[in-house]
Design a binder for this molecule. Structure first.
Ligand SMILES: Cc1cc2nc3c(=O)[nH]c(=O)nc-3n(C[C@H](O)[C@H](O)[C@H](O)COP(=O)(O)OP(=O)(O)OC[C@H]3O[C@@H](n4cnc5c(N)ncnc54)[C@H](O)[C@@H]3O)c2cc1C
Length: 459
């Protein structure tokens, strides 16, 4: 039952949520369910939408559209405020956060009584500047669209290339990372390439098309266990993807990648899914940091020695007491933590700090798609593979899409994908217009260039 709380004469408690991903958006939604009018909730994010990352690889292959897997954060804001801005610094001592507005870079500061850090993670290139410069990544919507545009441009180019060696080089797609993101993006790209070359690019020799996964471990998808991992590796190889195991990508140029065994792979496409770390903003916070700079939190998801600051999702470091391992960076964990932080925050605010609960997570399963209508899933210790696992993956993530509209859109696109050929439209250069200054009229300079006899009027 929803209880409505009466207003107080006291000033509202300011709750500031940083980040609008799985963690931030879910806290926002959970907290608003309480319908309290003694709190003022503000969410700040540099993206004005929530991105459903598990389906991001399908945007790269054109199976889904960008709007299918994104939801405006404002549509979650029933009573809360949204602020489209990039966070530039966090002052834990003075309880404020500095921002720059996305459109015109105007600076401002927001104060808080309680802060929720949900800024996620960023790609970790382990200090390799060349890889950072030359590789695509698969973390944001822009990344997925960039990969898609690039792949189609490469196909268009290869179709015109008569030199077979150059065509081969253009058509080699190297993906670094044998985890979920790496395997899912590799299989999506591979199947898109097979369909596109078969249906549209008559001058491309299909034998020249190669998708390669580089895995630092002795297999792929370690999260699903040895047996399913082996199944996935065999299946992926059988479907035509080359997999290098126990190998690292150690350097790259614009047309190649260098491996730890000194092999150079000439290629026009390198996608990096080799690991994550925290944003420098999080890394620079003066508090205890754990694995990859993540923020060490207590079991209630509060920063140690700072009970007014909660951290969760990819940017938080919490050890699972059951196995002594740090909780992995997954959407499922971020969602569960969001519910707990919402409850604990209200317990704190209402002076019931004794009611705060520790985070406990029973991992019901992990799933991954590994090709067309094939997946692997480990559910409560039970192994599932092939079509049933793929079907479970689709059903599970479809059910977790945030709105009915998105469920319908994704459902339709999946159905259409079984009927029609892959779309190979590429988006060209997109002009971006910004305003460097908003208050000072730039147009006053125009007056000087206009003949004085002409009348200029302003709105
Ligand atoms: C390709 C891919 C596939 C994945 N598949 C799965 C899967 O199948 N299952 C699963 O459980 N997990 C999956 N994950 C992992 C999952 O996406 C993350 O664990 C989850 O998103 C973490 O949630 P979060 O809220 O901590 O971070 P995020 O969802 O990354 O959200 C971070 C938010 O912070 C904002 N932000 C960051 N820095 C700033 C700043 N300086 N200023 C303002 N805003 C900022 C971002 O815009 C974003 O809104 C996948 C990830 C990727 C990349």
């Amino acid at each position: 039952m929803i209880r409505k709380f009466s207003s107080h004469s006291r000033p509202k408690t300011k709750i500031l949520i940083l980040g609008g991903g799985f963690a931030g958006s879910n806290i926002l939604r959970e907290m608003q369910k309480q319908q309290r009018d003694d709190v003022e909730i503000t969410l700040v994010s540099q993206d004005n939408f929530f991105l459903f990352t598990p389906m991001l690889p399908e945007v790269s292959s054109g199976m889904l559209h960008a709007s299918d897997i994104t939801t405006p954060i404002r549509s979650f804001c029933k009573t809360a405020n949204f602020c489209h801005a990039k966070i530039t610094s966090i002052d834990l001592q003075n309880k404020n956060v500095s921002l720059v507005r996305i459109f015109d870079q105007k600076e401002s500061t927001l104060e808080y009584d309680y802060l929720v850090l949900a800024l996620g993670s960023k790609d970790n290139f382990f200090g390799n500047v060349n890889i950072e410069n030359f590789a695509f990544t698969i973390k944001t919507l822009e990344d997925a669209i960039a990969i898609r545009n690039h792949i189609i441009s490469v196909l268009e180019c290869a179709d015109q290339e008569k030199d077979q060696i150059l065509q081969e080089k253009l058509l080699r797609f190297v993906i670094v990372g044998g985890g979920f993101a790496g395997v899912e993006i590799a299989t999506e790209i591979h199947h898109f390439l097979l369909d596109a070359t078969k249906n549209y690019y008559k001058n491309i020799d299909p034998k020249n098309v190669k998708t390669i996964i580089i895995s630092a471990r002795d297999g792929i998808l370690p999260e699903v266990g040895d047996e399913l991992g082996k199944f996935a590796l065999e299946y992926v190889r059988k479907s035509g993807i080359e997999v290098y195991v126990n190998t690292k990508a150690i350097d790259a140029g614009e047309d190649h990648v260098l491996l730890s065994d000194n092999t150079i792979i000439p290629c026009a496409t390198l996608v990096w899914a080799g690991g994550v770390t925290v944003d420098p903003l999080i890394a620079s916070l003066k508090c205890e940091h754990g694995q990859s700079g993540r923020l060490v939190v207590d079991s209630y998801l509060r920063l140690k020695d700072n009970t007014h600051v909660f951290a969760l999702g990819d940017c938080a470091h919490l050890v699972d007491a059951k196995n002594n391992l740090v909780y992995p960076t997954t959407a499922q964990i971020a969602i569960r933590q969001a519910k707990l932080v919402s409850d604990n925050l209200f317990a704190e605010i209402t002076g019931n700090a004794n009611l705060v609960k520790p985070f406990e997570y029973h991992n019901k399963g992990v799933m991954a798609t590994i090709g067309k209508r094939t997946g692997v899933a480990l559910l409560n210790g039970r192994q599932v593979h092939g079509f049933p696992a793929w079907f479970l993956w689709r059903t599970f993530y479809w059910l977790h899409l945030p709105t009915r509209e998105k469920k319908l859109k994704v459902g339709f696109d999946w159905i259409l994908g079984t009927i029609f050929r892959a779309d190979i439209m590429t988006v060209g250069f997109i002009k971006k217009k910004t305003l460097s200054r908003l208050e000072t009229p730039i147009y006053s300079a125009i007056e000087r260039t206009i003949d004085e006899s002409q009348n200029v009027s302003y709105l």
